[in-house]
Design a protein around this ligand. Structure first.
Ligand code: ROI
Length: 180
């Protein structure tokens, strides 16, 4: 029997037209074999966490269903980041064209060197919690914490919703249709 897992992915960009990078990233997620984009949040503008002398970020969260195991999916995410011009090994917490963070993979908890699940930044980052809540208001994390409770403890700190969902996906055709 094929089982499908539910995966939450955080997207972030602050270089080379970040809105375009995030939308392109959402489309690319849907092209991963055996992965389907179920929904995504609005796009949000956020102040940089890390060195302040970098542009604001655009953030979003996507929800995927996939039969790929976590590390296989991780490598697909890294391929997408690379295709969108990601340069690794640059300044720590510096600007980037596209970051795809695996936030949650079902209820898995893992501390592998390549992948920590849930993503350790999930618990206190407004630019993750608010779009995550938008996708799944009833979500409970593997340790029993509710996303809605974490969000209430986390000030929005200049987080700005910049658009409603701009893409819809036709299930049979995998064709993206921009909403008017
Ligand atoms: N800051 C914001 N606002 N959004 C991000 O996606 C983001 N990603 C990062 C660092 C550099 C930590 N800061 C960020 O990786």
């Amino acid at each position: 029997m094929i089982t499908h897992s539910t995966v939450y992915v955080g997207l972030g960009s602050n270089l080379n037209n970040p809105v375009h990078q995030v939308k392109q990233g959402l489309r690319a997620l849907n092209t991963i074999p055996t992965a389907h984009l179920l929904t995504h949040s609005a796009l949000y503008r956020s102040k940089p966490l890390g060195p302040p002398n970098q542009p604001d970020y655009i953030n979003a969260v996507a929800v995927l269903t996939t039969g790929l195991p976590p590390l296989t999916l991780l490598s697909k995410l890294q391929t997408i980041e690379n295709k969108q011009g990601r340069v690794r090994g640059a300044e720590r917490w510096g600007p980037r064209t596209l970051d795809l963070d695996m936030l949650l993979y079902d209820n898995r908890q893992s501390q592998e060197p390549q992948l920590t699940l849930p993503h350790p930044g999930l618990y206190e980052r407004a630019f993750v919690l608010y779009p995550l809540y938008e996708c799944a208001p009833d979500l409970v994390l593997p340790d029993g914490q509710r996303v809605c409770d974490l969000m209430q403890l986390c000030p929005a700190e200049g987080l700005q919703k910049i658009g409603v969902q701009t893409l819809v996906w036709a299930i049979q055709t995998k064709v993206w249709t921009p909403l008017k």
